[in-house]
Design a protein around this ligand. Structure first.
Ligand SMILES: C[S@@+](CC[C@H](N)C(=O)[O-])C[C@H]1O[C@@H](n2cnc3c(N)ncnc32)[C@H](O)[C@@H]1O
Length: 222
């Protein structure tokens, strides 16, 4: 699967993809992450990519030309192009699965900054994605969230058993996990997890998934 992340701040993306599970996925060629600097596509002097808004008002707005040229430079025939904006469809595990299930295995994520994009850029993309009802300074964190979430579906990026038990995967939250020591400041690991009886542990974890979901996210059970 290929991700192109179009940004004015490539270092933010580069730093993240050089670590941990995503780095290993890239090294194993399970995913490809191509970081594109939108500034490289401006036709204006001094690398200008934004300007003041028509009609007056606050801040700077990203111009059509560099953003659309950057999209066109990386777009393959069946690529899906998404703008990151707080006004888009809210990203969640289901939406991530939908994107992953689509025949296109080339996702282009366009990060805004400052006051956001010239509205006309919407004519050159397939949709807008938001990571929640709050406003960040830029689209880099949302792009990383989306790329990271979708990457976990790709066989080999993480162990299948981890993925199957993840929260939201079957509509429930994950069961509680414990590690050494057996007792920490009087807090004990549940005896059943130390019993060695795998069938009992499996059933206990199933029940725990339901209990935790009822307690923390009853909306998921509706
Ligand atoms: C300060 S925001 C612009 C917000 C815009 N003025 C508005 O209120 O809709 C700058 C950029 O950060 C990114 N961004 C901020 N919050 C986001 C969110 N919740 N989801 C996705 N992208 C977001 C977008 O790329 C956006 O263009």
């Amino acid at each position: 699967m290929r991700f192109d992340i179009l940004t004015l701040f490539p270092n933010i993306i580069e730093a993240y993809i050089k670590e941990s599970i995503i780095k290993r996925a890239i090294d194993k060629q399970l995913i490809e992450v191509n970081v594109v600097n939108i500034r490289d596509y401006t036709l204006l002097k001094n690398g200008q990519v934004d300007d003041t808004p028509y009609g007056g008002g606050r801040g700077m707005v990203l111009m059509c030309e560099p953003v659309v040229r950057a999209i066109e430079a990386v777009k393959s025939d069946n690529a899906k192009v998404y703008l990151l904006t707080p006004q888009g469809k809210t990203f969640n595990q289901e939406f991530a699965k939908e994107i992953y299930a689509h025949e296109s295995k080339h996702i282009i994520l366009v990060c805004g900054h400052y006051e956001g994009f010239d509205e006309r850029i919407l004519n050159f993309v397939d949709g807008e994605i938001s990571v929640g009802d709050f406003v960040l300074t830029g689209g880099e964190l949302p792009a990383l969230i989306i790329m990271d979430t979708i990457s976990r579906f790709i066989p080999g990026v993480i162990k299948e058993e981890s993925f199957l038990n993840d929260s939201f995967n079957d509509g429930l939250l994950d069961y509680p996990e414990y590690t050494k020591p057996r007792e920490f400041r009087g807090l004990k690991v549940p005896d059943i997890l130390l019993s060695g009886d795998h069938e009992k542990i499996r059933k206990y974890r199933e029940e725990e998934k339901r209990r935790v979901t009822e307690e923390k996210r009853p909306d998921l059970l509706k």
